[in-house]
Write a protein that binds this ligand. Structure first.
Ligand code: AR6
Length: 170
């Protein structure tokens, strides 16, 4: 098991000096509310300019940019699914969003990566279910790959923090 490679933290993700932070974006990749808004505000207008050139991203996938004014070197913009009751392939799409982020992190040699709780805010994905998918996907990847070396789950709200804490048995 790779529990020691996974850290649980409660911080504003924009403050983390890691190789890559993950953004919970939407398909336009042009910003929004929640963690997406916070990341764009902290990174500055150059992030928006780079995102404009990406021409959006499919749900369940991700694209990488520079971090600009952020302490993080890169931002990986993931598009999680909107929760529509569970019969619209939401679980597979969430897993695929995490998986694509991890592949990009590996490709760009990101040793440290921080994830927010994708889809569990404005997109309404049930938190227990999302945590199970996130942890399982990350653990599986870390078991098979050298990079990333460490993954931070950034749980901004107390409910998510408690869920992750019990699932990771910290
Ligand atoms: N640092 C870490 N986590 C945060 C921060 C922060 N600064 N701010 C919020 N969170 P959400 P979604 C947590 O709604 O559900 C945007 O408009 C928050 O507590 O940001 O994937 C996009 O443009 C929650 O646990 O993302 C999309 O349109 C988690 O981040 C849409 O929202 C995700 O909540 C995406 O919705």
């Amino acid at each position: 098991m790779e529990f020691e490679k996974i850290k649980l933290v409660t911080v504003d993700i924009t403050q983390l000096a890691v190789d890559a932070i993950v953004n919970a974006a939407n398909r336009t990749l042009l910003g929004g509310g929640g963690v997406d808004g916070a990341i764009h505000r902290a990174a500055g207008p150059d992030l928006y300019r780079e995102c404009l050139m990406l021409e959006g991203c499919d749900t369940g996938s991700a694209k990488i940019t520079n971090g600009y004014r952020l302490p993080a070197k890169y931002v990986i913009h993931a598009v999680g699914p909107v929760w529509r009751g569970g019969n619209q392939n939401e679980e597979n799409l969430l897993e695929s969003a995490y998986q694509t982020c991890l592949q990009l992190a590996k490709q760009y040699n990101c040793k440290t990566v921080a994830f927010p709780n994708i889809s569990t805010g404005i997109y309404g994905f049930p938190k227990e279910n999302a945590a199970e998918i996130a942890i399982r996907t990350v653990q599986k990847f870390l078991n098979k790959n050298e990079i990333p070396e460490r993954v931070y789950f950034v749980c901004f709200d107390q409910e998510n923090y408690n869920i992750y804490q019990s699932r990771l048995e910290l």
